[in-house]
Design a protein around this ligand. Structure first.
Ligand code: GDP
Ligand code: MG
Length: 441
């Protein structure tokens, strides 16, 4: 979440219901986040209206705050808008199943054709033929030949002297005669929406009767994606979208625009120039990216894996039985943090807006400090760790010397420990378990 948005989440906390007034500030922020992610304005407006309606009807149950409920409504709606579930390629046709690739020049059609060929061969055990209808650039035909080889599929020769329709018919004939399961048809690029080229691809569509007509769109295209999508949608009955170049640093708002305008599911995401850089599109995950929430899912998973439930339980039992929270437990906590991958890996997973604030230097310092704290506690005797009240000036000096730090640093650590002890006392055992469970999802 953007910084402002997460502050608003906190502000809405403590209120029992989602109301017009507490929701509108947050929605204003969500609107900004979507516009920053290059979602087209009309799409943003529509989306916000839908979220508002759903949020006002949503109940705030259990220990959730209205802010949290709202965020979950937003994310769910975003994911639902971009498509739900997995939708692989539809091959339900009399073989060969024809897949027609459409999109602007440079969108990634040729690259994606080869990626799909590889996907179909490896995952679905299909016999795949590719053909290029891009007769305007000889280099484009060669390009498809090269990447098709890399994919391990067969390439059907074509040349600039032929007409695209002629090529397509010949390839289809060949595919039928040689029992190919799938024919992938790459088409000519359009720099912009061009009447003649649109007419050509419509003709190709009519002649080939493809089971899939995929619109390939560059995720970096931004606001303009909506116009391109509209034009292709008007020309062709699109059955799916491939969003390419998601490895770039765009927030990928184009996904929302394109999906809304075409109504077609986003089936795949291109994540590198390489032939294996294709992933099944994950709407849930992408929703986080568009909102700028980073890889929250991965973060939660990592925290879950890192927290040692057994250790937490032991600690909880101890606090409950009145043994109190000592420096030994404090050390355990420090080590748990280290187990979670250290601060810098955690920060990597956080939204860029949040992690940008903590510079590399800050992180380095924080991690070093954690090590020093560990060093200080390790320089104490077991007795001292269990009874911190024993720590008077001479002992502190000895510990500081042992850990190679100043006495002030030992004092600072003890103060921090006392604060933590206070928190532990308040929470008693049950509260702690609740907190760990929350962390663990
Ligand atoms: P076409 O004109 O639509 O056929 O586009 P191409 O397939 O020739 O791709 C245009 C450029 O984008 C090439 O340099 C590709 O390597 C690159 N490209 C395609 N898909 C991706 C992707 O998912 N990630 C990255 N980083 N580059 C891509
Ligand atoms: Mg091409």
């Amino acid at each position: 979440l953007t910084e402002k948005l997460s502050r608003l989440v906190k502000e809405v906390r403590g209120q029992a219901r989602i109301t017009e007034s507490n929701v509108s500030d947050m929605l204003r922020e969500v609107r900004m986040a979507l516009l920053e992610a290059d979602v087209a304005l009309p799409v943003v407006r529509d989306f916000i209206a839908r979220v508002k309606e759903k949020a006002l009807g949503a109940e705030v149950v259990g220990s959730l705050t209205p802010g949290q409920v709202l965020v979950s409504v937003i994310q769910r709606e975003l994911a639902a808008t971009m498509g739900e579930g997995v939708s692989d390629l539809n091959l339900a046709a009399q073989p060969p199943a024809v897949i027609l690739m459409a999109g602007l020049q440079g969108a990634g059609k040729t690259t994606t054709t080869a990626k799909l060929a590889k996907h179909l061969i490896e995952r679905r055990k299909k016999k795949v033929l590719t053909v290029s209808g891009d007769v305007y650039r000889p280099a484009a035909i060669e390009q498809l030949k090269t990447v098709t080889k890399q994919a391990g599929a067969e390439w059907f020769p074509s040349s600039p002297e032929q007409k695209p329709l002629e090529i397509a018919r010949a390839a289809l004939d060949y595919a039928k005669k040689h029992y190919f399961d799938v024919l992938l048809v790459d088409t000519a690029g359009r720099l912009a929406i061009d009447e003649a080229l649109m007419a050509e691809i419509k003709q190709l569509h009519a002649a080939l009767n493809p089971v899939e007509t995929l619109f390939v769109v560059d995720a970096m295209q931004g606001q303009d994606a909506i116009n391109t999508a509209r034009a292709f949608k008007e020309a062709l009955p699109l059955t799916g979208i491939v969003l390419t170049k998601l490895d770039g640093d765009s927030r990928g708002g184009a996904a929302l625009s394109v999906r809304t305008v075409t109504g077609a599911p986003i089936k795949f995401a291109g994540v590198s120039e390489k032939i294996d850089g294709l992933e099944v599109f994950d709407a849930e995950r992408h929703a986080g990216r568009v909102l700028g929430m980073g890889d929250i899912v991965a973060l939660v998973e990592q925290v879950t894996a890192g927290v040692d439930m057994a250790a937490a339980q032991k600690l909880a039992a101890k606090v409950k039985s009145g043994d109190g929270f000592d420096l030994e437990d404090f050390l355990d906590q420090l080590r748990q943090m280290k187990k979670m991958g250290g601060l810098s890996t955690l920060m990597d997973k956080l939204p860029s807006q949040m992690s940008a604030k903590a510079s590399e230097a800050d992180l380095g310092r924080a991690e070093k400090e954690m090590k020093r704290k560990e060093g200080i506690i390790c320089s104490m005797t077991p007795q001292e760790r269990r009874k911190p009240e024993l720590l008077k000036a001479t002992r502190k000096r000895r510990i500081a010397a042992g850990a190679g730090v100043q006495v002030q640093e030992v004092n600072r650590l003890l103060k921090e420990f006392e604060q933590m002890q206070g928190v532990m006392k308040k929470m008693k055992g049950g509260g702690l378990m609740k907190m760990m469970k929350k962390l663990g999802g």
